[in-house]
Ligand binder design. Sequence first.
Ligand code: GUN
Ligand code: ZN
Length: 453
Amino acid sequence: MQADPTGGTTAAAIRGHVVTLTGDPFLEGSENVLVDEPDGLVLIEDGLITGVGPYPALRDRVPDGVEVAHHPGSLITAGFVDTHVHYVQTEIVAAFGAQLIDWLNTYTFVEEQRFADPAHAAAVATSFFDQLVLNGTTTALTFCATYPASVEAFFAEATRRNMRMIGGKVLMDRNAPDGLLDTAEQGARDSEELLRRWDGTGRNHYAITPRFAPTSTPEQLAAAGELWKSHPDAFVHTHVSENRGEISWVRSLFPERDGYLDVYDHYGLLGRRAVLAHGVHLTGQERRRCHDTGTAIAHCPTSNLFLGSGLFHVRQAKDPHHPVHVGLGTDIGAGTSFSLLNTMGEAYKVAELNSYPLDAVKAFHLATLGGAEALDLAGHIGSVAVGKEADLVVLDPRATALMAERSARAGSVQELMFVLAVLGDDRAVEATYVAGELAHSRDRTREIERTQP
Ligand code: GUN
Ligand code: ZN
């Protein structure tokens, strides 16, 4: 991106193999929504995409003085969208040997108490955002901790990096250590204050974030629903039906409700911009309710495998008769990778275990346009198209010796995309652009590492 010395617009141009989606492959067929331009050019002004097409046709539109960033042989796609992650769990990834409830008690609730300290929150927020751009992720829906200071640190860093990010203070007023708990009233008050302070500033959005039904009293869930009613453009972010023990616990805590999803339904927490992580064990009726209300599910395969939670049914969730919005989530720190490429590969394997072959176009959809739709942000992000924000990732299909050997035999762009999904990780992220600005360059980073003593 180069600044116009007159103080006018800033412009950039990126050349490579442009790959993007125009619709939902689960509904329209993978072959009908994939668009690729082997020698493509993306033109950017003021952070927005102003042109996409063949390089020979668009080269004359590159403004004088703008140097084209050329990535020969690499794919340029929309930046990845992580629809469920906990920045405050960055430092507990790979904690051994527990399923959900034990894992929460043994590792997570201990770790999250450290975020009462603003300096710790700021330090982890910085490393979290570094990981995002290193992995090509340009938007994430993120849990913070109970403490407002943890939210301040998150949005301060998001604003500094000009990334389209969503986050919120965790609401929890029971069934966790005292130091982590708020109350229904204080939690709602703090959330509203944070929402008023951050939502709509920069590219930030606020998410009302009850952790999950077991850690909120009915009063707190009711207050969260009321808050959403008075701020309907905000998001709701929580967990649902991840683990069988958790589901039984919810039944015993809310015996008057007709299942787990109905708890959230009852308190007005389902609808467009409500995003529920996991949904591994949702019933057909519950999926139907998600469809009817526009509620989205964040599919988190590395987490579901790591905690032994179960196998999410992506085919059932995307049933063309009543499809649910589905995106991919890394769910760091129960998830095991910040990489949406790696997460696509694990989603493929989980789908295989349910006898469903998830092709590369569908996997990329979940990580880009599908994630953007799940977040109701597809008007801004999720594809490489004129008018969208220039959040882009450049993927190198020859990032490792094995990938180079395998990619050389790929007969189609779909095959290259599949190689990236199954074998790729942060090593394959050659560059990440945020609103047209270079936010990460793999080779530059390596050069700096190499020359540092
Ligand atoms: N359910 C409630 N809290 C959490 C969490 O922090 N991680 C996961 N994976 N599930 C949860
Ligand atoms: Zn989670």
